[in-house]
Design a protein around this ligand. Sequence first.
Ligand SMILES: Cc1cc2nc3c(=O)[nH]c(=O)nc-3n(C[C@H](O)[C@H](O)[C@H](O)COP(=O)(O)O)c2cc1C
Ligand code: SF4
Ligand code: SF4
Length: 292
Amino acid sequence: MQLVDQEKCLRCGACVAICPLRIYEKPEGDEVRARPERAWLCVRCGHCMGVCPTGAVAVDGLGYSQFMPLPEKPPTAEDFARLVLTRRSIRHYRPDPVPRELLETVLEMAAQAPAGVPPTTVEVAVITDRNRIAELGPAVIHQIKQLRKALRWPVVGWLLRRQLGPALVAAMDRFIGPLTEMAERLQREEGLDMVTWGAPVVMVFHSAPAGFCAQENCIIAATYAMLAAHSLGLGTCWNGFVGALLAHDRTMRERMGIPGDHSVHAALLTGYPAWPAYRRVPPRSFRAVRWT
Ligand SMILES: Cc1cc2nc3c(=O)[nH]c(=O)nc-3n(C[C@H](O)[C@H](O)[C@H](O)COP(=O)(O)O)c2cc1C
Ligand code: SF4
Ligand code: SF4
């Protein structure tokens, strides 16, 4: 339900223009009002309350006290370039724990990511228990070894190949398989964890079943979290292996505090970087950009 306080309303029309569901109307020469027949469409995006100059509009379930003041200045292009050009995937972490307040700030910023249809479907598991994090590397290696074995079975192997697709099957033979063997050897011989890289925190982005745009919401939120963490002096590394492990292994999901029936869409290693900053930015460009 949406209400317009006529005493406060300036009839500026901002809420009418901004609502993506066209819930407000401003009949010629009349008061701005919400259309009751469209009330149910509201996704509680908060845009109408965000633009109203006098706080005249109210949406059920949203209160002005929940809104943050807008930062005074928008970021400049230089600010953004500095953020993305100085971020790199971090695979050396200091052992120091990350203060909870810092991680909360990261999540607060990541929660500002766009979501398919608000409210967001994203849930986050923040794993800081080192014993649990230490279980992830061996579990990933075990999962990949099992998968490679199953790929060689006659019927199951054929079905799995179809499910994974040719690119992933080829990567399994040429890259992931040999890499896993190397990781297992280095773990045994040098105690190096090539899966979680000694990160003191792993953040997992997951959603309940049947969440609308669940995968996209998690991936965008995790990307925001990466950038937020970087702006706070933390390093991150997106971890496809941990993500795949938790996506397919219900027992491991539950061990990591994630509801068993949830889908896992992203995992981020997080911690203080152990190495000094990079000195130059590696070249990056899209494989193709087509203009029409
Ligand atoms: C979907 C995805 C999965 C990734 N999985 C891993 C991983 O399992 N282990 C790892 O060390 N890095 C992983 N990375 C990090 C990439 O290797 C890294 O982003 C890439 O090498 C480019 O380096 P940059 O992030 O410093 O630009 C992953 C990145 C993405 C986007
Ligand atoms: S919260 Fe969003 S969808 Fe709901 S009335 Fe306001 S602008 Fe429209
Ligand atoms: S944005 Fe606020 S002041 Fe402007 S028309 Fe809507 S309710 Fe009235």
